[in-house]
Write a protein of this length. Structure first.
Length: 450
């Protein structure tokens, strides 16, 4: 294996001297020139000196060891040979130095090379709609080039329209099992049994009727349709005045008890009233609670459904106040029941007049409180008991009957305040029955005016 060494330059060819320096007589005849020995001896040393000078240009690399030369030989094995380039070199011409790069012409491919899978012969399968022959196998056709003629068209193009395949339908038992698992996970009550189907009477009955009866039936049918389409009317005037009292939290001593008046139609819902009331009270509509006689109302109700004639009164508060009041009622109800069993009812110790007025009816257990007493007073009364009799019994049970004597005569007028019952912000007159307030067992009633 030859080592990679610099390519030697070609030796220059010695050219013979021309006889331009010697003068020739034109009249004399030419004679053959014989070279002398002196000229030949002088030219040979000059040529030898030039050769020695040219060989001295090349320097031997004496700093590389045998291992370095072995590595270079191994590297030259992988590189392509430059024999083709050496053959093209013209030794008669002067070459350029090795430092300048040589521009090589890129070989132009006459035919574009194709990938292997395009050059392999293909077995063409043509689809057909004929039932007799589903597939048609033609001969092995080699892949044609782009310059050749286009391929032969198929017999018939098959339509490839997009279609969505529906998923398979699940069996009924799998659907029922999945629904049962979902209901069990969400704790949903099982579906109720279907209600019986009511088949209405056929309005187009073709039975023969007496002309008078047919006329009456037609009139009844017409009235039924009119009544069904028209909203329920009646029950009082068209416009109703609704008074709403705002109830602050019992623990909020700085809360203001505002009163707002609204005018609305009898058969309109409370939706607009709820929105306006929430804006006035500065609360959200979802946190607003409106009640009537201790029962909560909703926006779908109407004044006619509450049997309000011309004027009505509602109570409003926020959700926190409503929950607190209900919790207090439930906590005080068991205490009132236990104390009523252990101690005699103060109502039995009341005067005979109130006892005579409160005859008959079921008993109601009430919890009375006031600002003058530290503890609440539990009373058991009947719905027909008057509020004045309940106030007397409360003062007697609290030991305040001497400080607030209440005279039975109506002619005497005193400047001293008269204690009264207050239910949901409304003062009750002494001659009113407690049953009109629609109270339940364990309800809290305040005694004001002490």
């Amino acid at each position: 294996m030859s080592t990679a060494r610099p390519r030697p330059r070609p030796r220059p060819v010695a050219k013979p001297k021309t006889a331009s320096s010697t003068t020739v007589d034109p009249n004399s005849t030419p004679s053959p020139v014989q070279p002398s020995s002196s000229t030949s001896t002088t030219q040979n040393p000059i040529a030898g000196n030039k050769l020695d000078d040219e060989d001295s240009i090349f320097l031997r690399n004496r700093g590389r060891t045998s291992q370095c030369w072995n590595k270079l030989r191994a590297m030259t094995k992988d590189t392509p040979s430059d024999k083709a380039d050496e053959d093209d070199l013209d030794w008669g011409e002067q070459t350029e130095p090795e430092s300048t790069p040589r521009h090589r012409k890129k070989k132009s491919n006459k035919q574009h090379e194709l990938p292997r899978w395009q050059t392999v012969d293909i077995v063409t399968l043509l689809s057909s709609d004929n039932e007799e022959d589903d597939f048609e196998i033609t001969e092995n056709t080699p892949r044609i080039s782009s310059n050749d003629s286009p391929p032969r068209k198929r017999k018939r193009d098959r339509s490839r329209s997009k279609s969505i395949t529906p998923p398979p339908q699940l069996p009924i038992h799998q659907l029922n099992n999945a629904r049962a698992l979902v209901r069990q996970a969400l704790a949903v009550a099982p579906p109720r049994a279907p209600s019986p189907i009511e088949i209405p009477d056929d309005p187009t009955d073709t039975s023969d009727l007496n002309p008078e009866l047919a006329k009456i039936a037609e009139e009844v049918r017409r009235r039924a349709v009119t009544t069904k389409n028209m909203p329920e009317q009646g029950g009082g005037p068209e416009l109703v005045i609704i008074k709403v009292r705002w109830q602050p939290h019992p623990l909020n001593t700085a809360g203001a008890k505002d009163v707002w008046n609204f005018k609305m139609k009898r058969h309109d819902t409370f939706q607009y009233l709820f929105e306006e009331l929430a804006d006035l009270a500065a609360v959200l509509v979802d946190h607003l609670v409106v009640s009537h006689d201790g029962k909560r109302l909703f926006a779908s109700g109407t004044p006619h459904s509450l049997r309000i004639w011309a004027e009505g009164e509602l109570e409003a508060c926020d959700q926190t106040t409503w929950d607190y009041v209900r919790a207090q009622r439930h906590q005080q109800a068991p205490k009132a029941a236990q104390s009523s069993k252990n101690s005699p009812s103060p109502e039995r110790e009341s005067d005979p007049e109130s006892e005579a007025e409160s005859t008959g009816g079921d008993k109601i257990k009430l919890v009375l409180r006031s600002a003058a007493t530290e503890e609440n007073v539990n009373l058991t009364v009947r719905p027909t008991t008057t509020c004045g009799a309940i106030v007397k019994a409360f003062l007697k049970a609290a030991g305040l009957s001497d400080q607030y004597p209440i005279s039975s005569s109506k002619d005497k007028q005193t400047a001293q305040a008269i204690p009264q019952l207050m239910v949901d912000g409304d003062k009750m007159a002494d001659d009113m029955e407690i049953g009109e307030a629609d109270l339940d067992d364990g309800d809290l009633v305040e005694v004001v005016g002490l």
